[in-house]
Design a protein around this ligand. Structure first.
Ligand SMILES: Cc1cc2nc3c(=O)[nH]c(=O)nc-3n(C[C@H](O)[C@H](O)[C@H](O)COP(=O)(O)OP(=O)(O)OC[C@H]3O[C@@H](n4cnc5c(N)ncnc54)[C@H](O)[C@@H]3O)c2cc1C
Length: 310
């Protein structure tokens, strides 16, 4: 069977749990999974050696992995990764990386894969309005949508090889200054509560934050909210030109349900919509709908959740 090479999904220097899903997907594509862990400290790769189905872990160690830089990461990882089907996450960063590695190897890339059946990969196109089935033959780079594939368990054991991946680089990002936020990112969250233009003002997002804190959820936004209010950053935007999310629960508040917003959240397991307009398109996709202003609905919802969870 074909060799698979997985690029571990990293979060704040650690191997993210999404990596287990990549291994689950890679095992459907081929055998002999080599897991590459981009790191500055090779000890972070040790934990990944427990992921079942991984044959070998390569800790690609370099100071350049402190901050993401598409060109530098692609060059360094390409130089340490063996040939085979390369598997990455379909997070915004890793889709970028996937395309660059494919270009370096002169092979095809299939982005945002949601199912694998033998050599046939399925991926949403046209903002999720259609599904494209792609037959692969030989080496390709495949990015896997998070929260879709079952994650491999952590009952395995394999060798860890440490490789210096510093290489011959002309550029590297030395420092990244992030906007101060203690909030969970929408792309990592299992529960998301998002606000749209119907929230009326950016200050009113604090009402969403109260519920997010109760549920351990991330707060997202529609593009209209991001475009209208400078206080709502693009990193919160869900949709075609924002982030694609796939949580267990997505609560849309004051969001109409435009096709471009749906493209980023339609595959959520459960969708709850709160909108004062009973004809808002979001209700066609919602599992549960509350026709009400958020001013009326959110305090009731917040109290009910606090009572349930206390
Ligand atoms: C190329 C392109 C890419 C795009 N990409 C994205 C994207 O990534 N993400 C995205 O979201 N959009 C995207 N859009 C924009 C998209 O078409 C919509 O304009 C946008 O999603 C609308 O945001 P909204 O639902 O918050 O605002 P609106 O459409 O203005 O809807 C506001 C909703 O709030 C409701 N409401 C008002 N007051 C209240 C209240 N007090 N209580 C409860 N409900 C209330 C209204 O009934 C209405 O349904 C894109 C558009 C284009 C052309």
């Amino acid at each position: 069977m074909t060799e698979t090479v997985i690029i571990a999904e990293m979060h704040k220097g650690k191997v993210s749990p999404t990596t287990n899903e990549l291994v689950g997907a890679a095992n459907l594509l081929g055998s002999n999974c080599t897991l590459i862990v981009p790191c500055t400290d090779s000890s972070v790769a040790d934990e990944a050696s427990n992921i079942s189905g991984v044959t070998k872990v390569i800790a690609a160690k370099s100071s350049l992995f402190t901050n993401y830089d598409a060109a530098a990461w692609a060059q360094a990882l390409d130089s340490v990764a063996p040939q085979g089907i390369v598997v990455t996450s379909a997070s915004a960063q890793s889709k970028d990386l996937a395309a660059r590695i494919a270009a370096r190897r002169d092979i095809s890339v299939v982005q945002d894969v949601i199912s694998i059946d033998g050599n046939t990969l399925s991926t949403p196109i046209y903002s999720g309005k259609a599904i494209e089935n792609v037959s692969i033959n030989g080496d390709v780079v495949v990015s896997i949508r998070p929260n879709v594939f079952a994650g491999a368990d952590n009952d395995g054991s394999c060798e860890v090889q440490v490789i210096d991946a510093s290489g011959d680089l002309s550029t590297a990002v030395k420092e990244l200054v992030e906007r101060a936020s203690t909030r969970l990112d929408v792309s990592e969250a299992n529960i998301i509560i998002s606000g749209g233009r119907g929230m009326g003002s950016p200050d009113n997002f604090s009402h969403l934050e109260v519920i997010a804190d109760t549920l351990g959820a991330a707060v997202g936004a529609s593009r209209a909210a991001v475009d209208t209010w400078a206080e709502i950053p693009h990193s919160m935007q869900v949709g075609q030109t924002g982030k694609t999310v796939n949580p267990n629960l997505y609560i849309a508040v004051g969001i109409s349900g435009a096709i471009q917003h749906l493209a980023g959240m339609r595959s959520s397991k459960y969708i709850v919509a709160i909108n004062k307009d009973a004809d808002a398109p979001i209700f066609q996709y919602a599992d549960y709908g509350i026709v009400s202003t958020w001013e009326e609905a959110l305090p009731v919802l917040g109290n009910a959740l606090s009572n349930m969870l206390s």
